[in-house]
Write a protein that binds this ligand. Structure first.
Ligand code: NDP
Ligand code: OXD
Length: 308
């Protein structure tokens, strides 16, 4: 019987994805899921409803068209189904661009130059020393490692923190809960690239962010629920933190009345630091479906117990 691929992605135009999947598997049936649809072999999903999972108990694999699986793991999943995340697929270079741009903008004070230039002022600022701008990357996975390496290319001192111990050339690696405080204390800029799990929820709070060096700067590109919003505002208002760039929020879109919009030390972007790229993602998913069909292992399998 022909392979059946079902597509169930909220807020995503289905047809270009289906065209790509049909081109990769001309013998397969690929269609948008509807309640009551026949059981499929593989699913391509983003934020599916529980009904979808309840009605698709025989999936061989569920492909999430993002790197983060926190929302998916809130649902009751078919126990035998492998969950496969996007494994880079063009995201890590975007994340490296976004974070390096943010760090350099802050380090070189381009925001202040923009304000001066807007009023016709020709001014110079004394260059900062890179040694005074150690950067910490929380999470050294697919995206965090790429970001840490990219920051090293600009010769910043870079620290990283992960669950298991790592070795990354030029990056001072820390691991486990016992090393988190010494890691934070050695950083001035903090970049969050952790997955959202019960262990990491609310990890960016008054206690942790207070440990950053004075004049600290936060870049949150992972999930809004990592950050305790009021604690960030308190530390910015007290002057301990100099600023923050936030791409992700507890509620998205960020509600119009949220204080982050207007805070003078906060810049927001609309969850855009690393977008899912359709053709790269289809190629990756198609390659993995083919590999699974041959009985071969694939990268990016999620461990539901670990939560990422
Ligand atoms: P990975 O799963 O590849 O990496 C996660 C990293 O976090 C690993 O290094 C892991 O450690 C570490 N980690 C997990 N739990 C803990 C913990 N309790 N303590 C210490 N370290 C921990 O994820 P990605 O790099 O691909 O993505 C990270 C997150 O970025 C995603 O989960 C998603 O939420 C977010 N994201 C945001 C996007 C955006 O546009 N804003 C786009 C894409 C992703 P170890 O290596 O030891 O396992
Ligand atoms: C993702 C995201 O997890 O877009 O891929 O946030």
């Amino acid at each position: 019987m022909a392979m059946n691929i079902t597509f169930c992605c909220t807020n995503t135009k289905a047809e270009p994805w289906l065209e790509g999947l049909r081109a990769a598997f001309p013998q397969a049936t690929a269609g948008v899921w509807k309640p009551g649809a026949p059981a499929a072999d593989y699913a391509v999903v983003w934020a599916p409803p529980q009904q979808f999972l309840d009605e698709q108990p025989r999936l061989k694999a569920l492909f999430n068209i993002g790197a983060g699986v926190d929302a998916l793991l809130q649902l009751k999943l078919p126990p035998a189904t492998r969950i496969v995340r996007l494994d880079d697929a063009g995201m890590s270079v975007q994340m490296a661009e976004y974070v390096c741009h943010a760090v350099i903008r802050h380090f070189r004070e381009f925001d202040r130059y923009e304000r001066d230039v807007a009023v016709g002022k020709w001014s110079f600022r004394k260059p900062h020393s890179r040694a005074d701008f150690p950067i910490g990357v929380l999470g050294l996975g697919v995206l965090g490692e790429r970001v840490a390496r990219a920051l090293r290319a600009f010769e910043f001192p870079v620290h990283g923190w992960s669950r298991s111990a790592k070795t990354i050339e030029g990056v001072i690696c820390h691991s486990g809960p016992e090393q988190v405080n010494s890691f934070l204390g050695q950083c001035r800029v903090l970049v969050n690239l952790l997955p959202l799990t019960p262990e990491t929820r609310d990890i960016l709070n008054r206690e942790t962010l207070s440990q950053l060096q004075p004049g600290g700067y936060l870049i949150n590109v992972a999930r809004g629920a990592h950050l305790v919003d009021d604690d960030l505002i308190a530390l910015l208002d007290s002057g301990h933190l100099a600023g923050a760039l936030l791409d992700v929020f507890r509620t998205e879109p960020l509600p119009a009345a949220h204080p982050f919009w207007q805070h003078p030390k906060i810049q927001v972007t609309p969850h855009t630091s690393a977008r899912t790229l359709r053709s790269e993602s289809i190629a990756q998913i198609a390659g993995k479906i083919a590999a699974l069909g041959r009985g071969e292992p694939v990268a990016g399998i999620v461990d539901p117990v670990r939560g990422y």
